[in-house]
Design a protein around this ligand. Structure first.
Ligand code: SF4
Ligand code: SF4
Length: 117
Protein backbone atom coordinates (compact mmCIF):
# COMPACT_ATOMS: atom_id res chain seq x y z
CA UNK A 1 0.00 0.00 0.00
CA UNK A 2 1.38 3.46 -0.83
CA UNK A 3 2.32 5.96 1.90
CA UNK A 4 2.46 9.71 1.10
CA UNK A 5 3.32 12.85 3.00
CA UNK A 6 4.65 11.37 6.26
CA UNK A 7 7.15 13.09 8.55
CA UNK A 8 10.40 11.41 9.56
CA UNK A 9 10.22 10.02 13.12
CA UNK A 10 6.58 10.97 13.51
CA UNK A 11 3.44 8.90 13.91
CA UNK A 12 0.05 10.32 13.02
CA UNK A 13 -2.35 10.04 15.92
CA UNK A 14 -6.01 9.63 15.00
CA UNK A 15 -8.32 12.36 16.32
CA UNK A 16 -11.45 10.26 15.72
CA UNK A 17 -13.01 12.78 13.39
CA UNK A 18 -14.63 9.80 11.54
CA UNK A 19 -14.03 11.36 8.13
CA UNK A 20 -12.46 8.09 6.92
CA UNK A 21 -15.65 6.24 7.90
CA UNK A 22 -17.73 8.61 5.80
CA UNK A 23 -15.94 9.27 2.56
CA UNK A 24 -16.61 7.19 -0.56
CA UNK A 25 -14.51 4.07 -0.98
CA UNK A 26 -14.34 0.42 -0.07
CA UNK A 27 -13.29 -1.12 3.25
CA UNK A 28 -11.61 -4.24 1.94
CA UNK A 29 -11.94 -7.28 4.20
CA UNK A 30 -9.39 -10.04 4.66
CA UNK A 31 -10.44 -13.51 5.79
CA UNK A 32 -8.98 -12.67 9.20
CA UNK A 33 -11.02 -9.45 9.41
CA UNK A 34 -14.17 -11.39 8.57
CA UNK A 35 -13.51 -14.11 11.17
CA UNK A 36 -12.73 -11.58 13.91
CA UNK A 37 -15.67 -9.28 13.23
CA UNK A 38 -18.14 -12.15 12.99
CA UNK A 39 -16.89 -13.57 16.31
CA UNK A 40 -17.04 -10.12 17.94
CA UNK A 41 -20.65 -9.70 16.81
CA UNK A 42 -21.53 -13.22 17.90
CA UNK A 43 -22.55 -14.13 14.37
CA UNK A 44 -21.61 -16.99 12.10
CA UNK A 45 -19.26 -16.02 9.29
CA UNK A 46 -22.02 -16.91 6.85
CA UNK A 47 -24.52 -14.52 8.47
CA UNK A 48 -21.98 -11.73 8.85
CA UNK A 49 -21.01 -11.94 5.19
CA UNK A 50 -24.64 -12.09 4.10
CA UNK A 51 -25.84 -9.17 6.23
CA UNK A 52 -22.89 -6.80 6.47
CA UNK A 53 -20.76 -7.13 3.34
CA UNK A 54 -21.06 -6.91 -0.41
CA UNK A 55 -18.88 -7.72 -3.38
CA UNK A 56 -16.19 -5.18 -4.28
CA UNK A 57 -16.64 -3.25 -7.50
CA UNK A 58 -13.78 -5.22 -9.11
CA UNK A 59 -15.26 -8.48 -7.76
CA UNK A 60 -12.01 -9.38 -6.01
CA UNK A 61 -13.37 -9.87 -2.51
CA UNK A 62 -15.74 -8.29 -0.02
CA UNK A 63 -16.21 -4.82 1.42
CA UNK A 64 -18.27 -3.59 4.37
CA UNK A 65 -21.81 -2.47 3.71
CA UNK A 66 -22.61 1.26 3.72
CA UNK A 67 -25.62 2.88 5.39
CA UNK A 68 -28.67 3.39 3.20
CA UNK A 69 -26.74 2.90 -0.02
CA UNK A 70 -24.62 6.00 0.73
CA UNK A 71 -20.93 6.31 1.58
CA UNK A 72 -21.03 6.09 5.40
CA UNK A 73 -19.84 2.79 6.85
CA UNK A 74 -22.66 0.76 8.34
CA UNK A 75 -20.69 0.29 11.56
CA UNK A 76 -20.33 3.99 12.32
CA UNK A 77 -22.58 4.86 15.26
CA UNK A 78 -22.48 8.60 15.90
CA UNK A 79 -18.77 9.22 16.30
CA UNK A 80 -17.95 5.63 17.32
CA UNK A 81 -17.06 2.47 15.46
CA UNK A 82 -19.27 -0.40 16.65
CA UNK A 83 -16.53 -2.90 15.87
CA UNK A 84 -13.59 -0.79 17.01
CA UNK A 85 -11.69 -3.59 18.86
CA UNK A 86 -11.71 -5.70 15.69
CA UNK A 87 -12.00 -3.07 12.98
CA UNK A 88 -10.57 -4.14 9.63
CA UNK A 89 -6.82 -3.83 9.10
CA UNK A 90 -7.49 -1.24 6.41
CA UNK A 91 -9.16 1.03 9.00
CA UNK A 92 -6.50 0.41 11.65
CA UNK A 93 -3.66 1.04 9.18
CA UNK A 94 -4.78 4.47 7.95
CA UNK A 95 -2.99 6.86 7.68
CA UNK A 96 0.32 5.45 8.98
CA UNK A 97 0.52 2.15 7.10
CA UNK A 98 -1.21 3.35 3.96
CA UNK A 99 -2.78 6.55 2.68
CA UNK A 100 -3.28 8.45 -0.57
CA UNK A 101 -2.12 11.69 -2.14
CA UNK A 102 -3.73 14.64 -0.39
CA UNK A 103 -4.83 12.63 2.64
CA UNK A 104 -3.82 15.34 5.10
CA UNK A 105 -6.48 17.65 3.69
CA UNK A 106 -9.22 15.24 4.74
CA UNK A 107 -7.81 13.49 7.83
CA UNK A 108 -7.39 15.28 11.16
CA UNK A 109 -4.68 12.98 12.57
CA UNK A 110 -1.83 14.93 14.14
CA UNK A 111 1.89 14.08 14.04
CA UNK A 112 3.44 13.00 17.37
CA UNK A 113 6.97 11.66 17.92
CA UNK A 114 7.17 7.93 17.28
CA UNK A 115 7.59 5.80 20.38
CA UNK A 116 11.04 4.17 20.49
CA UNK A 117 9.84 1.17 22.56
S1 SF4 B 1 -15.28 -0.37 10.37
FE1 SF4 B 1 -15.26 1.22 11.92
S2 SF4 B 1 -13.35 2.33 11.57
FE2 SF4 B 1 -13.76 1.14 9.72
S3 SF4 B 1 -14.90 2.52 8.35
FE3 SF4 B 1 -16.40 1.35 9.55
S4 SF4 B 1 -16.90 2.64 11.31
FE4 SF4 B 1 -14.98 3.38 10.43
S1 SF4 C 1 -9.83 10.66 9.06
FE1 SF4 C 1 -7.90 10.50 10.20
S2 SF4 C 1 -8.26 11.51 12.20
FE2 SF4 C 1 -10.24 11.13 11.23
S3 SF4 C 1 -10.91 9.18 12.10
FE3 SF4 C 1 -9.85 8.73 10.16
S4 SF4 C 1 -7.72 8.35 10.72
FE4 SF4 C 1 -8.69 9.36 12.46
Amino acid sequence: MPVYDMEEGMHFQCQRCTNCCRWPGEVVLSDEDIDQIAAFLGMSVYDFVARHTHLRANRSGLTLMEKDGGTVCEFLDGMDCRINPVKPAQCAGFPNQWNFKGWRKVCEAIPVPESKS
